[in-house]
Design a protein around this ligand. Structure first.
Ligand code: FES
Length: 168
């Protein structure tokens, strides 16, 4: 994150009018501007973190979280980690062509991390919107994504949030 911000600042500079473009780019890449990023941006721009926070709070396009119709959250806590979380992560990223923290260009899917979701003996666990899936394997990732795609195609109003089990 720090290196990324340094690169953005190399590109945009640290004049006051560079603050919004730098914050916008962080948001685009990571979906949210976390407190570390705000603090580091403040240091680099030699302004107070409160000022950066004020800018982020004021502009809705910096504040609002970008996410897809299907938010896929993978548990990264220890039991799921030991049960094969990394293979699931790789499969999700390969199938969707995005990294965690990103949204697919068509706005259908986003990948996010979750902390323990309470099914530690059945990991790896993922949440797709509000639905929990346990003992997820790379093969199962593929099936879940296909189920989401089917829901999306069958949703008359494309703005409506879908659910992979609605039509299965
Ligand atoms: S560690 Fe993943 S559900 Fe508890």
């Amino acid at each position: 994150m720090q290196e990324e911000i340094d690169e953005l600042i190399e590109q945009w500079g640290t004049e006051h009018n560079a603050l919004i473009p730098v914050l916008q780019e962080i948001k685009k890449r990571h979906a949210v501007i976390n407190s570390f990023a705000m603090q580091y941006v403040a240091d680099r721009f030699s302004i107070s973190p409160a000022e950066v926070y004020g800018v982020v709070s004021f502009y809705s396009f910096l504040r609002e979280e970008n996410h897809g119709k299907f938010i896929i959250r993978l548990c990264r806590t220890i039991s799921c980690d030991m049960a094969g979380k990394d293979a699931v992560r790789r499969q999700l990223e390969n199938d969707l062509g995005i990294k965690f923290g990103e949204v697919t260009p068509d706005g259908k899917f986003s990948l996010q991390w979750a902390n323990c979701v309470g099914v530690c003996d059945q990991g790896p666990a993922i949440l797709v919107n509000e639905q929990i899936f346990t003992q997820v394997t790379p093969e199962k990732v593929h099936e879940i994504i296909q189920a989401c795609e089917r829901v999306y195609e069958n949703t008359p109003d494309s703005a409506k949030k879908g659910h992979p089990n609605d039509h299965t």
